[in-house]
Design a protein around this ligand. Structure first.
Ligand code: SAM
Length: 232
């Protein structure tokens, strides 16, 4: 059986986990003294640990070894995703984390139904990213930033925007030697003016095929072509 995974912001020889992390290990996974645990710091390091004590909501671990893990894409992959209605963004954050995204930036755009997300929802999205990182064996936890207006996206070295009007495919334009930023639109799509702004910031419009994908599906299709499709 694969050892349980636990997150600790700093991997020291002895770790005292409290709060959610301790509760998850002790109550949900029923970890007991002597059990092996894999720990990771969310910044690219992981290690081997043994449970020494489980008591009063605290789980004590002895970390025996740590190492830099190589399970992250070699270059940053940033996803700008338009705000989605309902719980759509949580599903995107979960799957995008599994697919190796580095940072997720929700976008306020013209044709989006949702125009903002509250502090509580943002914290929940960050927890979704942490849980998905643990489950998929990642060693870094993607950042989930507060939403920004589309016009606030900075210029990028390499950008791809999913746009149904384009005939360019990802494989025609992707340069694996550069960081990449991806953008996908809301239920109502990006306006032509928004696509123009994105083009000025360095985003090339690409197609995701002949069918129109839902706004929840498009970011995952685009990300898959860049990370899973290239073995990153
Ligand atoms: N009528 C809208 C349009 O033409 O843009 C459809 C929007 S679609 C539901 C939501 C987003 O998914 C789009 O803004 C785009 O970023 C992406 N998308 C969906 N299907 C796509 C495709 N076949 N090619 C490229 N991007 C696509």
């Amino acid at each position: 059986m694969r050892p349980h995974r636990a997150y600790a912001p700093q991997l020291q020889p002895t770790l005292s986990l409290t709060g959610r992390e301790a509760h998850h290990l002790a109550e949900v996974l029923r970890a007991r003294p002597g059990d092996a645990v894999t720990v990771f710091d969310g910044k690219g390091r992981e290690g081997r640990a043994v449970v020494r004590r489980v008591e009063g909501g605290v789980v004590e671990l002895e970390v025996t070894e740590t190492w830099p893990a190589g399970r992250e894409p070699p270059l940053p992959v940033v996803l700008y995703v338009a705000l989605l209605k309902g719980d759509g963004l949580a599903d995107v954050v979960r799957a995008a984390t599994e697919l190796g995204v580095t940072r997720i930036v929700p976008l306020v755009s013209l044709h989006a139904v949702a125009k903002e997300i509250g502090e509580g929802k943002l914290l929940r999205l960050r927890r979704v990213a942490l849980e998905a990182a643990k489950q998929s064996g990642r060693t870094t936890v993607p950042e989930v930033l507060a939403p920004i207006p589309l016009g606030a996206i900075p210029p990028v070295e390499q950008g791809l925007v999913a746009h149904p009007g384009s005939s360019l495919r990802v494989r025609d334009v992707l340069d694996l030697s550069q960081p990449v930023a991806l953008a996908t639109g809301p239920e109502g799509g990006f306006s032509e003016a928004e696509v123009q702004i994105l083009a000025e910031r360095g985003f090339t419009p690409v197609t995701l095929g002949r069918r129109i994908l839902r706004a929840e599906t498009a970011p995952l299709a685009l990300l898959s072509l860049v990370t899973a499709g290239e073995g990153l």
